[in-house]
Design a protein around this ligand. Structure first.
Ligand SMILES: Cc1cc2nc3c(=O)[nH]c(=O)nc-3n(C[C@H](O)[C@H](O)[C@H](O)COP(=O)(O)OP(=O)(O)OC[C@H]3O[C@@H](n4cnc5c(N)ncnc54)[C@H](O)[C@@H]3O)c2cc1C
Length: 478
């Protein structure tokens, strides 16, 4: 008999979710983690970045407070205190995760795990000098920042360092990368009063998102003072007297911190852990290829979350083919959790649930926020929908009084619905503006339920709110 029923490599969102669900069904589970339990999301991703974003938001509130009658001088920011308190909260959450594993009776092994062999009745895993046998193995090892092959790349930081470490507030931050991580970090630091440069390879950031959302957000970031360098290629980083110089096709940029936010890659994490020896199939990015049960080509070996290809291309006529998406677009915490639970349900509760990828809400926690669920307009057109678009752009109510008092007025909310003209189904909802993530999460329920535009229209508005605009959009856009 094997030592455990399930061995989980990686104590992040997906690994912990699977281990806990499996244990709740009576499975004997061991989990290995070589950093801190909680994984990318809790330790160096979603959670610390949202806390930093809250920190940066105060700048706006202080500025408009005066219009609402509050006399206050612009207060000073103790940047170190922000980072230290952020880290205290991460410590607390790490403790919560450890306690959850312990309560569930999951054996935690600290160290780097690798699959040493396939045995007659399963697998042998080595971790911290121990060898443990398991009937089944779950790979939930996540992904790592992808550094471009330019000289001096090692002089830059990645989001890992910015979100985990305590450091002095930079005066000038240069962010390379057009994905959501680059946008979030650049706008957070801009909000914290740092001169911020964002270097984009193309004209617009957030490839794949709805174009109206991309344009609106970029325009607003520029109006807020972010220096955006479009269509700019980077060629190297060098040390300078008081910081670094980034060489680009548009000239040199000087800063005292350079953030490379140029994507994430599963390969470093899926390499060197015994997968080559077992003949596990990986895709070009190094993600483990899995079927709809999240099983790899090696029976009994499963993979979920960022280190997997999310069963891409398995479901005919759905996400992959139909929507023209890439598997990396599903590298999100709730997706990893859903996949982890699905594996546990199938293996230990005779409940073969699947994971749906059609309606995956997602947000960019920039300032202002942007969020989407369902299809972007261009994708809806690409796959042959007769598209009708409804949109509105307006000044947030919070800002109206501020505008009267002569304060910053450029902030706008953008809301957009993409509708199929033939069926009246709402295919996509997109928003730029504060609370976009909260609003889009609720609209995801409507999209899951297959709501039509007529049903949006028949929904009573909640007044006065920004969200009510989503149910009062009357005229289609030309
Ligand atoms: C800056 C940033 C912001 C993000 N913001 C969001 C967001 O707002 N919303 C959202 O949904 N998603 C966000 N994400 C993505 C989200 O964090 C990931 O999709 C999610 O963490 C994936 O979970 P996972 O379980 O697949 O992997 P991870 O959470 O990465 O966990 C993998 C774990 O495995 C461990 N490990 C790796 N190899 C081994 C080994 N050989 N032995 C033992 N342990 C090992 C690692 O240390 C890690 O703890 C963000 C990511 C980043 C980087």
């Amino acid at each position: 008999v094997a030592d455990v029923d399930l061995f989980v490599l990686g104590g992040g969102s997906g690994g912990v979710a699977c281990a806990r669900r499996a244990a709740s069904h009576g499975a004997r589970v061991a989990l290995a983690e070589h950093s801190r339990v909680g994984g990318t999301c809790v330790i160096r991703g979603c959670v610390p970045k949202k806390l930093m974003s809250y920190g940066a938001h105060f700048a706006d509130w202080f500025k408009i407070a005066r219009a609402y009658g509050w006399d206050l001088e612009m207060p000073d920011l103790d940047f170190r205190r922000l980072l230290e308190n952020r880290n205290r909260e991460i410590e607390r959450l790490n403790g919560v995760y450890l306690a959850m594993l312990e309560r569930a009776g999951i054996q935690l092994l600290e160290g780097s795990a690798r699959i040493a062999a396939r045995t007659a009745d399963g697998f042998a895993i080595e971790v911290a000098g121990r060898r443990i046998t398991a009937d089944r193995v779950l790979l939930a090892v996540g992904a790592s920042p992808n550094l471009p092959a330019i000289p001096g790349a090692e002089l830059a930081v990645t989001s890992d360092e910015l979100l985990e470490q305590v450091y002095a507030k930079p005066r000038r931050l240069i962010v390379v990368g057009a994905g959501y991580i680059g946008l979030e970090q650049s706008s957070i630091f801009l909000g914290l009063g740092v001169e911020t440069h964002l270097v984009l390879r193309r004209d617009l950031p957030l490839n794949g998102f709805d174009e109206d959302l991309r344009r609106e957000l970029t325009g607003q970031l520029e109006e807020r003072g972010m220096k955006i360098h479009r269509n700019t290629q980077v060629s190297g980083i060098e040390k300078a007297n008081d910081g670094f110089v980034l060489h680009t096709s548009g000239g040199d940029l000087a800063g005292d911190k350079v953030l490379l936010a140029t994507g994430r890659n599963p390969r470093p994490n899926t390499g060197g852990i015994g997968l080559e020896e077992l003949g596990v199939q990986l895709d070009a990015a190094g993600a483990v290829r899995v079927d709809q049960a999240f099983e790899s080509n090696v029976r009994g070996l499963y993979a979920i979350g960022d280190c997997s290809d999310h069963a891409f291309g398995c479901e005919a006529g759905t996400a992959a083919e139909e929507l023209g998406l890439s598997s990396g677009e599903f590298d999100l915490t709730p997706v990893a959790i859903a996949e982890g639970r699905a594996v546990a349900e199938r293996l230990f509760n005779a409940n073969p649930t699947s994971v749906g990828y059609r309606i995956v809400p997602t947000s960019v926690f920039s300032i202002p926020q942007a969020a989407s669920v369902g299809l972007a307009e261009h994708r809806a057109r690409q796959i042959g929908h007769a598209v009708q678009v409804f949109k509105t752009r307006f000044r947030p109510m919070l800002q109206t009084v501020a505008a009267i008092a002569g304060f910053r007025t450029e902030e706008r909310i953008l809301m957009k619905l993409v509708v199929d003209k033939d069926t009246d189904r709402v295919l996509g909802c997109h928003m730029v503006g504060d609370d976009a993530a909260e609003i889009i999460q609720s609209l995801a329920v409507a999209l899951m339920a297959g709501a039509t535009k007529a049903e949006f229209d028949a929904t009573m508005a909640l007044h006065p709110s920004a969200a009510e605009e989503f149910v009062t959009l009357y005229q289609p856009a030309a």
